[in-house]
Design a protein around this ligand. Structure first.
Ligand code: AMP
Length: 400
């Protein structure tokens, strides 16, 4: 079974074609700066363990033209990986905000598209382009089923005590203000991988899953289900991120609006694009921050300290939420590659049964690897993120 996974952003389109007979990637890529004079299209072909990368710069006016180019490339007589688009069995679409309407992946029809549209106010930057991706795919690939997979879906199992904010209750019923959580596909994927690595059934494991990339979120997973998560109504909440604040005292917003000349839009930009690691030290890529810290940049060192401290606080909180913890899992750009962050975030946590082996932690691997010490009661693993594969798996469950 061949499944195409599409992740359409406002000016980008990521895609990956899987052969689900062996869960291998046939081809994939990303179109960036769609709509600008010079878009960048990176396309990778995977053939028997080898990769061939094509990079092109050309004008791509809109998502429809972009997806049309991708379709042509996939069936290209020389560099294509299938003969005919009709060989694609189904298309999976990442949709960021499903609200409370969706607790699982779903075959897209008119009502589903309307429900995605209804959730636009909760994810104004993400849901509209996600929907464009769906409509373009429907138009270009008629007859191939389209399935939506929501970032929020995995977190729908949170109980009200975890997802409600202590605001007047009618704000929840009237305006849908609540914690939704994001990165759900990533947390779901690594929790299922973790259960396999621990040799246990998913219903038998309690995990803390830590996704540290450009965006960062942490999840308490009880018996395979989300019990609490750090991101909130939007992906701005939780731990500090590359450029996002994470949790701050909500009164700061009113204070800044009163005492500066910033508009709400400008303040929104500060909270989303100028805060987090970047706000503290001017840099948002953790590699650059470590380099600066090594050269004596104190703000960079402080940014690392703050980041790790916040991860550690969530580990402590979620260990308390779960009561019984089997494993802590790190994933995504920082989580997979940054041994310093992992070590600092887990420092002095042996009272919770979490103890990292420094040598194992320093290893660099592209497959899952354990980093806990022999006498650590809780296992600690690094598992590479693969949201696209999780999406393809969920699509399969629907179309099979
Ligand atoms: P992601 O959103 O998962 O693609 O992660 C992107 C982030 O991962 C980048 O902004 C970097 O901060 C971080 N990252 C990638 N590689 C490394 C590395 N080798 N060491 C530390 N951080 C890394």
């Amino acid at each position: 079974m061949k499944i195409l996974v599409i992740n359409a952003g406002s000016s980008s389109l990521k895609y990956r074609l899987f052969d689900m007979d062996d869960a291998s990637v046939m081809t994939g890529g990303v179109l960036e700066r769609i709509g600008e004079a010079s878009a960048v299209w990176t396309h990778t072909i995977f053939i028997q363990g080898n990769k061939k990368k094509l990079v092109r710069k050309q004008e791509i006016k809109n998502h429809k033209i972009g997806l049309y180019l991708v379709a042509g490339q996939i069936v290209d007589p020389e560099t294509g990986v299938i003969d005919d688009i009709a060989q694609i069995d189904a298309i999976g679409h990442r949709v960021v905000q499903g609200g409370e309407a969706f607790g699982s992946a779903i075959l897209i029809d008119h009502a589903v598209k309307q429900a995605i549209r209804d959730n636009n106010p909760l994810a104004p930057l993400h849901n509209p382009p996600n929907l464009i991706g769906i409509e373009v795919a429907e138009e270009l690939f008629p007859g191939i089923p389209n399935i939506a997979i929501f970032d929020t879906e995995f977190h729908q199992t949170m109980p009200p005590k975890a997802f409600l904010y202590a605001l007047p209750h009618e704000y929840y019923t009237q305006f849908k203000i609540r914690r939704y959580g994001f990165h759900g596909t990533s947390h779901k994927y690594i929790s299922r991988q973790a259960a396999k690595l621990l040799g246990k059934n998913i219903d038998d494991v309690n995990l803390i899953t830590i996704h540290l990339g450009n965006g960062c979120s942490i999840c308490a997973v009880e018996k395979g289900k989300c019990k609490d998560t750090s991101m909130g109504m939007t992906p701005l909440a939780g731990i500090m991120m590359g450029t996002r604040t994470g949790d701050i005292d909500p009164a700061i917003i009113g204070y800044l609006l009163k005492h500066t000349h910033m508009s709400i839009k400008e303040l929104d930009t500060v909270l989303n694009k100028k805060s987090g690691l970047k706000g503290i030290c001017g840099l948002n890529d953790m590699r650059d921050i470590h380099e600066a810290a090594e050269k004596g940049n104190r703000k960079a060192a402080l940014a690392v300290d703050m980041f790790c401290y916040q991860v550690k606080k969530y580990i402590g909180a979620y260990a308390a939420v779960l009561g019984n913890l089997d494993a802590v899992i790190f994933t995504a750009g920082i989580g997979e590659n940054d041994d310093i962050v992992r070590a600092k975030a887990c420092e002095n946590l042996s009272f919770l049964g979490i103890k990292i082996d420094p040598e194992k932690n320093r290893l660099k691997q592209s497959r899952p690897f354990a980093i806990h010490a022999r006498d650590s009661r809780v296992q600690v693993w690094v598992i590479p993120a693969n949201e696209e594969l999780q999406i393809a798996k969920e699509v399969m469950q629907i179309v099979r």
